[in-house]
Design a protein. Structure first.
Length: 108
């Protein structure tokens, strides 16, 4: 299964995949999914780009300077609650994923 398909499924029923609405739990779940795929050498280019590019793209989306904070922390800070942050993640992921320029942009 590809990450984008998993995220589509999670968006429809997030509590099937997480105990509660918690952006950090979502981040950990996605990291575990990607780690599992990397062990089997079955990672797509988009999945390989998710970790390095999505966090910087989220920081840019919110008008922040690049930092070491991950995407989950940045979204939570700006959205104010875990539930809003989880909902915003799905919105941001779609925007990032659907635009190849977002996914392929190199951040320094």
């Amino acid at each position: 299964m590809e990450l984008n398909k998993l995220i589509d499924l999670m968006e429809k029923r997030p509590l099937m995949y997480m105990k509660n609405y918690d952006i950090e739990m979502l981040s950990t779940f996605i990291d575990g999914f990607l780690y599992g795929k990397s062990v089997s050498s079955n990672v797509s280019i988009d999945e390989d780009l998710f970790r390095p590019n999505f966090s910087f793209w989220v920081q840019e989306y919110y008008g922040e300077k690049p930092t070491s904070h991950g995407w989950a922390s940045v979204i939570l800070y700006h959205e104010g609650s875990h539930r809003k942050a989880v909902e915003k993640f799905f919105e941001l992921y779609k925007e990032w994923y659907e635009n190849p320029e977002n996914r392929l942009k190199t951040y320094v």
